[in-house]
Structure formats: structure tokens, C-alpha cells
Design a protein around this ligand. Structure first.
Ligand SMILES: [Fe+2]
Ligand SMILES: [Fe+2]
Length: 321
């Protein structure tokens, strides 16, 4: 049987991880990452308040009241007042963070101070619950109460988005992703094994090839599968110019130099293809850039779009196409 204090303290653990990452951002003088802070504040509001505080307010505190703890003037009243204060801070901070992000403003001292005040309040609130209120609760609640409390928590889950299925996992994944990225930009791939990333790329119904900023072929998907344009591993490490017939090399060079200069972001063409021209190949090239716009390379995507051309009207049958 899961234990109610363990569950609530696990929640606290996640909240504290998010607080620590916001703190790290406040200490950064020049590269404050407003997107990361926005995601963490959303976590603190959705998970910390609407999920965790709500379990306390709707289930734990009333039960402690029934078992004799004063609900007015005692520790429960203090906890409720602090929840209100946390909510006020979060609502204000979420709005300001959104404005900073939209208008690309530099966070003001007042904004950073408000973040710090919210963090201090929440940390001391968690400490009071872990060390004072929950131990009090463990003393007054009966074994039946403890079971009923867990059942009430699960009933509250049903009112969460997605009926509570995977709710905790979803937020846990976000926290891990932010932590893995070192508290900088959120990197959702950082928490995925390479095998999963490769399987994702191989699942796409397209052939992908990536050449780096020096025009060297570095990657193609579906390595071991039959492809429209057969490729073997020996192509990796070669210059892209060596992979094209001489008469089209000047075109390849022009597209790449325009991508490198920033004058062009993509290029595409389409041709009938196959023994009976049964395919319509759409071949496109995209400049791949980092968040600062630095050119990292070019992604080629080959896609048979003939099946899409045959589509008409609407279908909700969820078939293969
Ligand atoms: Fe609380
Ligand atoms: Fe709490």
C-alpha cells in the first residue's frame, strides 16, 4: 500500500528540483533563459499548486481537521495562507515571464527578487510540512484513514487533464529534460536514448540524409532498409559534391552557398520516378541552424508523395495512409 507521506514528499522533491533550477537561472547575470524559467513556472503552478497543494487542501487538511488538528489559527491555517501566497506569486510571475519572453525584455531586478521571494516561501513551506505537519499527521491518522487518503488522492487524479494517466510521468520527464540540459535550454532529446532517437528517424516515411557545415555526409536514416535511393555506409564521410553527377554539382554548390550565407532556407523539386513512373518523388533540402542561426548543415528529405496526391475528401478510419 503506498504511503501518503511518501507520495507527498516525492511531490515536494520534484517541486524542489524545479525551484533549484529557477534559482540557477536567477544567478545567471547575462544568459537568463526565459523559456526554461517559463516551463518551470508552469510546472510549479500545474504540478506544485493544482496537483500537489490541491491534494493537501481537498484531502489531507480536512482529514487532519476531523482528527482534532485545529483548522483555524493552527498549522493548517498557516499552510493554507502560504498556498494562497504561492498562488499569487505564481500567477504574477507567469504573466511577467510571458511578457518578458514576448517582448524580448531583460528580466528586471524586481522580477528576479519576486522569483527569489517565491522560492524562499515555497522552500520553507515544504520544510514545515515535511518536518512538522506530516509527522503530526502520522500520529493522529489511523490505518484506515491512511488508506482512505490514498484513495482520495487517486479520485482527485481523475479530474486531472488526461484523467491522471501519465500525469506525474509527464512532469517528471520535463524536469529530467531541463536538468539534463544543465538548466539551460530545454532539450527534450537529451533524456532519450540514441536507440529511440534513431528508431524515431527510421519510422518517418521519408529518406533523410544530413551533411554537415563542411559538406560532409554524416548521417542517413533507414541504414539497413531498402531505400528509393540506395545508399551504403561508404557514403558517410564523403563530400556531398562526390555523391552527385558532375553536371549537377554546380547547382548543389549554389544551393549550399546560399544556405550558408543565409540567403536561402530550403530548396525542393519533384519528379516522376520508378519503373512505371508510379512514384512522385518530392526531394527537398533544408538548412539546419542552431538557435542562434549558425549554419550546422543541410538535411535532404526524399518522399514519395504519390499516395498523398490520391487522397480526397476526409477520412477518420485511421488506416495506414
Ligand atoms: Fe502545502
Ligand atoms: Fe506540500
Amino acid at each position: 500500500m503506498p504511503d501518503w507521506t511518501e507520495e507527498l514528499m516525492d511531490d515536494h522533491g520534484r517541486i524542489e528540483r524545479a525551484l533549484a533550477m529557477v534559482e540557477r537561472q536567477i544567478q545567471r547575470s547575462d544568459d537568463f533563459d526565459v523559456v526554461t524559467v517559463g516551463a518551470l513556472l508552469e510546472f510549479l503552478f500545474e504540478y506544485g499548486d493544482r496537483y500537489h497543494n490541491h491534494k493537501e487542501e481537498a484531502a489531507l487538511f480536512p482529514l487532519l481537521g476531523e482528527r482534532g488538528l485545529p483548522t483555524e489559527g493552527g498549522p493548517i491555517a498557516v499552510m493554507l495562507a502560504e498556498h494562497d501566497a504561492e498562488r499569487d506569486y505564481l500567477q504574477k510571475l507567469l504573466l511577467t515571464t510571458l511578457a518578458i519572453r514576448e517582448h524580448r525584455q531583460t528580466p528586471t531586478k524586481e522580477y528576479r527578487d519576486t522569483l527569489s521571494a517565491y522560492i524562499e516561501l515555497t522552500k520553507s513551506h515544504i520544510w514545515k510540512e515535511n518536518d512538522i505537519l506530516y509527522p503530526m499527521g502520522r500520529r493522529v491518522l489511523t490505518a484506515t484513514d491512511k488508506e482512505a487518503l490514498i484513495a482520495q488522492f487517486r479520485a482527485l487524479d481523475q479530474k486531472l487533464p488526461y484523467s491522471g494517466v501519465g500525469y506525474v510521468e509527464r512532469w517528471e520527464n520535463l524536469l529530467t529534460a531541463v536538468e539534463t540540459a544543465g538548466g539551460g535550454r530545454v532539450d527534450l532529446l537529451a533524456s532519450l536514448p540514441t536507440d529511440t532517437v534513431r528508431a524515431m528517424l527510421d519510422t518517418l516515411p521519408v529518406e533523410l540524409t544530413f551533411i554537415d557545415a563542411e559538406d560532409t555526409v554524416r548521417f542517413f536514416n533507414r541504414v539497413y532498409e531498402k531505400k528509393i535511393f540506395p545508399r551504403t555506409l561508404s557514403v558517410v564521410g564523403r563530400k556531398v559534391q562526390q555523391c552527385h553527377p558532375p553536371k549537377s554539382v554546380h547547382l548543389v554548390n549554389r544551393i549550399l552557398s546560399e544556405m550558408k550565407s543565409g540567403a536561402r532556407h530550403s530548396a525542393s523539386f519533384w519528379i516522376p520516378f520508378g519503373e512505371y513512373k508510379e512514384m512522385l518523388l518530392h526531394i527537398s533540402y533544408y538548412a539546419v541552424r542552431d538557435p542562434n542561426g549558425i549554419y550546422l548543415g543541410c538535411l535532404e528529405m526524399t518522399h514519395d508523395i504519390a499516395p498523398y496526391r490520391a487522397l480526397e475528401g476526409a477520412s477518420r478510419a485511421l488506416g495506414d495512409m
